[in-house]
Write a protein that binds this ligand. Structure first.
Ligand SMILES: [Zn+2]
Length: 384
């Protein structure tokens, strides 16, 4: 085996916290799945031993869920230069828990760190590339994927580093960004409320949210295939304000829909706009504030709510696509309307009319018309 000869590899099989053993795989490994630990890389808990404690004590798994763990804080001098230590935790043929129903054929590799905030250093990237090339030579797995690219996990912010670039993968180089959490989630093998909740769902769902959203659920008795509600992980559906209806009467000043947008901004966010029905910079700025508020509340973006479009707001944008519902969808609809693209009723639901308005806007602005509002679309809508 080439991987076992890597100078930065330490064999910790049988030496990490465990409670029983993982069973043997019934399928050949086809996927090498890349994870990160979502623990800041320099903190005490960011290593294989701590992950093993957490997976065994808190999640109740037989052992740490990954076969390999790369530890950026443990540097090893090798003949090839500095490398992050690679912990070899389980025999390759053990079906560890890391991607639910795909565990049988998926090899789990975790890079310690939270790459939503941490930056990856060269010694770590080198260890990723070294391990990858050894596994390829050893014929272990055929495809590289991120956790979020495995069935059922598109909402996971894992891994967020560019594993494709790091392994010099020869295809797409854009890593996927997590999509909003679904309404319901189907329990997969090894899932617990703690592993599902974690802090890495796009909406930052917590265990308490899951318990609240699933009255009567018994966290100790989750069944594979059981459907649970995601609760606060998804956008909150907002009923249209009752008092906006009167504003559609043609008797008042300005554009009735613009007035309803201004009224909603005032009632929902307390912005104190003058309700004059006139499309102006103040209304647009208030919509940016609404957007920033929603990104903070729903996605813990930590933005300054200043009503100004900037790089931080752009970086925090989540993709809003067909079927989405909630305040972000409403902001999109309202701004499309202000820009002269009618999304139909501003009902906070991304349906056919919103799609039509969006794709017209995208075509006019020469953005790839993919019927999804992502960073490029929001920039065209909001950048001055
Ligand atoms: Zn993961």
């Amino acid at each position: 085996m080439n991987f076992s000869k890597l100078p930065q590899l330490v064999d910790k099989r049988g030496k990490l916290k465990s409670k029983g053993t993982y069973s043997k795989r019934t399928k050949t490994i086809t996927h090498r799945v890349w994870h990160h630990s979502l623990t800041k890389k320099h903190l005490g808990g960011s290593d294989a031993a701590s992950f093993a404690d957490y997976h065994v004590n808190t999640l109740g798994w037989p052992g740490v869920g990954y076969t390999f763990i790369i530890e950026p804080k443990n540097l090893i001098n090798t003949p090839n230069g500095k490398r992050a230590r690679i912990v070899y935790a389980h025999d390759i043929d053990r079906r560890t828990y890391h991607v639910g129903n795909s565990n049988q054929f998926a090899l789990g590799i975790c890079v310690a760190g939270d790459y939503r905030y941490d930056t990856m250093d060269d010694a770590t990237i080198a260890s990723i590339a070294d391990l990858h090339s050894a596994l390829v030579k050893d014929n272990i797995g055929k495809n590289d994927t991120s956790h979020s690219e495995m069935p059922g996990y598109s909402w996971k912010a894992c891994c967020v580093y560019n594993y494709r670039k790091h392994i010099e993968w020869q295809g797409l180089t854009t890593p996927v960004t997590p999509s909003p959490a679904p309404d319901t989630y189907t329990i997969q093998e090894g899932d617990t409320l703690w592993s599902i909740a974690h802090k890495d769902g796009t909406g930052g769902v917590q265990v308490e949210d899951l318990i609240k959203a699933n009255p009567g659920i018994n966290p100790a008795k989750l069944q594979i295939g059981q459907k649970i509600n995601f609760g606060n992980a998804k956008e909150v559906i907002v009923q249209p304000d009752n008092d906006t209806k009167e504003e559609t009467k043609p008797s008042s000043s300005g554009d009735a829909i613009v007035r309803s947008i201004q009224k909603t901004l005032n009632s929902r966010y307390k912005f104190g706009l003058v309700v004059d029905g006139i499309k102006g910079p103040k209304t647009k700025s208030a919509l940016i504030k609404a957007l920033q508020t929603e990104l903070n509340n729903q996605f813990k973006a930590g933005l300054v709510v200043d009503g100004k479009w900037g790089s931080k707001t752009k970086a925090a944008i989540v993709t809003v696509k067909k079927g989405a519902k909630g305040n972000l969808t409403w902001v999109l609809q309202a701004e499309l309307y202000l820009e002269g693209y009618n999304p139909g009723s501003l009902d906070s639901i991304f349906g056919k009319d919103t799609e039509t308005a969006l794709s017209k806007f995208q075509k006019d602005k020469k953005i790839t018309a993919d019927n999804k509002a992502g960073k490029a679309t929001f920039t065209k809508l909001f950048a001055a």
